[in-house]
Design a protein around this ligand. Structure first.
Ligand SMILES: [Mn+2]
Length: 330
């Protein structure tokens, strides 16, 4: 607890006493990643700081309402970085693994003065003051609320709305395992700031494109069941994304569908992005630790939600992952 307080103090003091910040988050940024960046941007601007937001990937259309000032940038060859980038601090949000920030690692992290990490994914014990990881927090947004509160940064409506999106997204609307009394108490305070939960629901869950619906239908058709119907496997190839004229990130919720069946204990989703890079995402119920499997393949996550980038071809990695799950079902 004291160590946590020490880190809040260090990071809070760091934010107040430094002037130039670049914010980033993990590749294919989700609701918590975008919510964290948006909230941190607004908070730092409110205390007079210079802030840039740059991600490796484009955000899904449904989150663009959180880009209040139209400042979110995607890093590419034509990106114009500040000449004095050596005076900036990179703040990495919602991942503690610098290999998850895509090109930002090589193009930005290597040039900035220093960096901070704020995250809630399981990770190795760390004592560095610039790394704040609270793995019991439901979301990075939940940590940011506490950090702003600690730093006496006023939570205005825009900050509240961004934080609420991150919390709703990462808790699956207040139902995933890390949803705690603290999560609800923070959500309560955000709603008091004017956030309308039903409005957020509509924006996050009722704003998908028709392409996303078609993609879901094709991916669902790939469903195969293993281990006496306890494990569901779905596959999305890059051709499928193209056929549907959809975006890679529009597939992010498909993994949750199989778990709606009582019998399914693990949902595995092998998905290629449009460049053909293969990722394996896993979700589980109860005591099945998919983070352990993800870590074995150099990925990470939480006990019931984890993933990794595969360096093996699809057929090979599928066999390996199923083999590792076998112990739970024999
Ligand atoms: Mn998160």
């Amino acid at each position: 607890m004291n160590q946590k307080k020490g880190k809040f103090e260090y990071i809070s003091n760091f934010l107040l006493t430094n002037d130039n910040f670049i914010l980033t988050a993990h590749e294919t940024p989700d609701g918590d990643a975008i919510g964290s960046e948006s909230a941190m941007y607004c908070a730092l601007k409110a205390i007079g700081k210079n802030v840039i937001v740059i991600n490796a990937d484009l955000m899904a259309e449904k989150y663009t309402f959180l880009d209040y000032n139209n400042i979110f940038k995607v890093l590419d060859e034509s990106s114009i970085l500040p000449e004095d980038i050596g005076k900036y601090t990179l703040i990495i949000l919602d991942t503690s693994d610098v290999d998850n920030i895509g090109q930002v690692k090589d193009i930005i992290l290597s040039k900035t003065k220093n960096h901070l990490i704020i995250d809630h994914h399981e990770s190795k014990e760390n004592t560095e003051e610039n790394i704040l990881i609270i793995s019991e927090a439901s979301s990075t947004c939940e940590i940011l609320y506490q950090l702003f509160d600690y730093s006496n940064i006023e939570i205005n409506f825009n900050i509240a709305q961004a934080l609420f999106v991150g919390i709703v997204y990462d808790t699956g609307s207040f139902i995933y395992p890390k949803t705690s009394a603290k999560t609800f108490s923070i959500a309560h305070k955000l709603v008091e700031k004017g956030v309308i939960p039903n409005n957020i629901y509509g924006r996050i869950y009722e704003s998908n494109s028709v392409s996303a619906l078609q993609l879901q239908s094709k991916v669902s058709a790939s469903l195969k069941l293993y281990y006496n119907q306890h494990v569901a496997v779905q596959i999305m190839l890059k051709e499928t994304i193209k056929e549907c004229n959809a975006l890679y990130e529009e597939a992010d919720a498909i993994i949750n569908i199989p778990l709606k069946s009582k019998r399914i204990k693990v949902s595995v989703f092998f998905k290629e992005n449009t460049e053909g890079i293969l990722r394996c995402s896993m979700r589980s119920k109860g005591n099945i630790d998919v983070a352990e499997i993800a870590q074995f393949f150099n990925g990470g996550g939480h006990k019931t939600a984890a993933g990794f980038k595969s360096k093996y071809p699809l057929d090979e990695i599928m066999v390996k992952v199923l083999k590792m799950l076998e112990v739970y079902f024999i």
